[in-house]
Design a protein around this ligand. Structure first.
Ligand SMILES: Cc1cc2nc3c(=O)[nH]c(=O)nc-3n(C[C@H](O)[C@H](O)[C@H](O)COP(=O)(O)OP(=O)(O)OC[C@H]3O[C@@H](n4cnc5c(N)ncnc54)[C@H](O)[C@@H]3O)c2cc1C
Ligand code: FES
Length: 266
């Protein structure tokens, strides 16, 4: 883990409330792997006190890319950052994705800002055929992220209101994909990040179809380092221990490690 003063290379609005920030952070850019995250100090002053966690959405040479949605004070302050400014970045943190076996087809399932870590994964799998299922609330929320995907990445879209792609949830696309897959086809490796209920559904589908599935979880984080206990999630019976810290044990877990009933109700 490193702390760098990242120089802001760009901070672009992509949709109504989604922005892409590029931070020149050579050491973290070199060390980061897909699924890992960084903690950002959004202001030079003491307020807000806590850093905010963001997945690494991609790396371009020495620049770390952050795809973020404005939800509160910290992310609103980030939109005011200008090219040439600096932000303190701590990372890369946490455990990222294990890369899929060579003979399997990576199937990526993202809801909303869950696209961020999966774009970095797709970037890392550039030479492979990748199926990327993405779900958003409406067409206007879909950020254009073409440069973050490989040439063989096939994207399928769903929107809740039907304004683009399938009308419904991204998990409908996943069900359809799994249903349409005949026997004897290549093995699938499932990767998912998104809202809680989406992850629960993906985990259940993975179990039903006997698929290997890695999920990237979000939780409230104060320290990001495993010290404050703030990001605990309940482990499944086979998890080997009662709780995990999302920041230090994750944010990427095998779906079988998590108690999804407790996760769903939390
Ligand atoms: C490992 C990890 C990776 C993350 N990666 C990303 C990422 O790549 N892109 C991204 O946009 N966000 C990501 N997040 C979420 C991001 O950290 C929060 O959105 C951010 O900290 C909010 O800060 P804030 O000060 O703007 O909002 P706060 O003032 O902290 O919260 C404002 C309100 O928004 C709610 N809120 C907080 N987080 C979210 C959320 N994720 N969605 C909806 N409402 C929320 C709070 O409950 C509160 O009501 C990640 C979180 C984790 C734990
Ligand atoms: S955020 Fe402090 S233990 Fe995870």
């Amino acid at each position: 883990m490193f702390e760098e003063r990242g120089k802001i290379r760009f901070n672009r609005r992509l949709t109504r409330d989604t922005w892409l920030m590029g931070l020149a952070s050579p050491i973290i850019a070199k060390a980061a792997s897909p699924g890992q995250f960084v903690m950002i100090r959004v202001s030079e002053g003491a307020h807000p006190l806590l850093r905010r966690p963001f997945s690494v959405a991609g790396v371009e040479r020495n620049v770390v890319l952050l795809l973020y949605r404005v939800v509160g004070q910290g992310t609103a302050m980030m939109t005011e950052a200008r090219e040439g400014g600096v932000m303190s970045v701590l990372g890369p943190l946490g455990k990222g994705f294990e890369l899929p076996p060579v003979k399997s087809v990576p199937l990526l399932v993202a809801g909303g800002m869950g696209v961020a870590p999966l774009c970095f994964l797709a970037q890392g799998l550039k030479k492979r055929r990748v199926e990327f299922l993405m779900g958003f609330a409406t067409a206007g929320d879909i950020p254009v992220l073409d440069h973050l995907k490989g040439p063989q990445t096939r994207v399928s879209l769903a929107t809740d209101d039907g304004s683009r792609g399938h009308a419904g949830f991204v998990t409908d696309l996943l069900e359809r994909y799994l249903h349409g897959r005949g026997p004897g086809r290549n093995a699938l490796s499932l990767f998912a990040c998104g809202p809680r209920l989406m992850l629960v559904k993906v985990a259940h589908l993975a179990l039903k179809h006997g698929l290997h599935c890695q999920v990237s979880l979000e939780a409230s984080m104060a320290c990001g380092l495993g010290a404050c206990q703030g990001c605990a999630v309940k482990a499944s019976k086979t998890g080997g221990r009662p709780y995990y810290h999302v920041c230090a044990d994750g944010p990427v877990f095998e779906a079988g490690q998590i108690d999804w009933d407790v996760f769903q109700g939390a």
